[in-house]
Design a binder for this molecule. Structure first.
Ligand code: SAH
Length: 361
């Protein structure tokens, strides 16, 4: 487990090298398609390329924009590795034992590529490794120190990042562009943010000029951070309210008609292909409830981050919900993940985030 494996064609030609995971659904994750076994210089080159892509997008090291994904697994040719940068703190999440074993090499490569822009590296792999049959690991600092203030900025919006106790690496960086779009529609509107987590969408909406924003999540901890984020951005706390409730229960109620905009950004309903049917029903259910209850002229921002549910299936599921709800619905935008979450042309499955903005009449 975690060893390098040389992969050969039936006549012996070397096809490349990958990390072995005997207990995972993918036994070997291919890293290189060369004859040479990847060495430290190979990793340094890969990481440097990944950082270069984000720097070209102006996502790194600005006061107003310093949080982004630095390594997006297959999308950056490094299956099994996620690395998110929050200011000068990098949170890494290894999904395979092989990648976790490479961590010392990766740390050196990140230090080289980010230079002064890096002050600490936090390893958040315990959960993801356990899920993939990896050896026990505990989360913690593997280089440098925790900063005094765990704050990151996204397009001028400030967020508290709890990499230790928060979900994933602490924040959902894949919605930056879509949050910005919500902001543009929010001026003078009343917004409901369902599955809000720490309020990514909510902060953009209030800052842009929404009259009122309600953030709904089942996690009290996430909502507490959400409230702190409203204050951190110097926003009017009277314009914001948190609702701790199960989303489906709330959507069954009769208050949806009060809102001009509703955001639905649920957790992944299907983590693997076998769960696809149940996931489709889940998406249909929440979108149907929303479409039945929303007022004419309102907007629905609806998302799916399930890799096993592709663009067409998600879109058809939402359309089926609209047919059942007997509403006239127009698609204003088709949304995706931003370019710091790139998709390898040879791994289209990496395109996992999709969203629709619907006008409901
Ligand atoms: N929109 C967020 C990310 C959402 S992550 C952002 O932009 O940052 C999904 C969130 O759904 C998590 O915060 C999780 O606590 C919440 N959640 C999961 N199941 C839920 C349920 N049944 N009802 C309400 N919230 C739920």
């Amino acid at each position: 487990s975690g060893d390098w494996v040389q992969v050969c064609a039936n006549k012996g030609a070397i096809l490349g090298w990958g990390h072995y995971s005997p207990n995972a659904s993918i036994a070997v994750r291919m890293l290189s398609f060369d004859e040479q076994l990847p060495d430290d210089a190979w990793w340094q080159h890969k990481i440097a390329q990944a950082v270069e892509v984000r720097k070209a997008l102006d996502l790194v090291g600005n006061e107003d924009q310093n949080a982004c994904r630095i390594v997006h697994a297959e999308g950056d040719g490094m299956p099994g590795l996620i690395a998110d940068l929050y200011g000068t703190v990098l949170v890494v999440q290894c999904h395979t034992p092989g990648m976790h074993r490479t961590l010392p090499t990766l740390i050196e490569a990140f230090k080289l590529a980010l230079g002064d822009g890096l002050s600490g590296i936090y390893d958040k792999s315990a959960k993801t490794l356990a899920k993939n049959g990896g050896e026990a690991s505990t989360d913690g600092w593997v280089w440098g120190l925790a900063p005094e203030q765990p704050v990151a900025t996204e397009l001028g919006h400030r967020f508290l990042i709890d990499w230790e106790r928060g979900q994933k690496t602490g924040f959902f960086l894949d919605q930056r562009v879509n949050r910005d779009l919500l902001g543009k529609y929010s001026v003078g509107k009343k917004v409901l943010n369902v599955f809000s987590y720490t309020g990514g969408f909510s902060i953009y909406a209030i800052k842009a000029g929404a009259t009122e924003v309600h953030s709904l999540d089942s996690s009290r901890r996430a909502l507490d951070v959400c409230e702190d984020n409203v204050k951190l951005n110097g926003l009017d706390v009277d314009k914001h309210r948190t609702i701790q409730e199960d989303a489906l229960e709330f959507l069954k109620g009769d208050t949806l008609g009060d809102y001009d905009i509703v955001v639905l950004d649920p957790p992944a309903f299907a983590k693997r292909a076998s769960a696809r049917h149940a996931a489709v029903q889940g998406y249909k259910r929440i979108n149907l409830r929303a479409l039945e209850g929303m007022k004419p002229g309102s907007l629905l921002f609806t998302f799916s981050c399930s890799q096993a549910v592709d663009d067409a299936l998600f879109s058809n599921t939402v359309i089926a919900a609209a047919i059942q709800a007997q509403r006239t619905v127009r698609i204003l935008h088709r949304l995706h993940q931003p370019p710091d979450h790139p998709v390898s042309a040879f791994h289209p499955e990496g395109s996992y985030l999709k969203g629709l903005v619907l006008r409901v009449d």
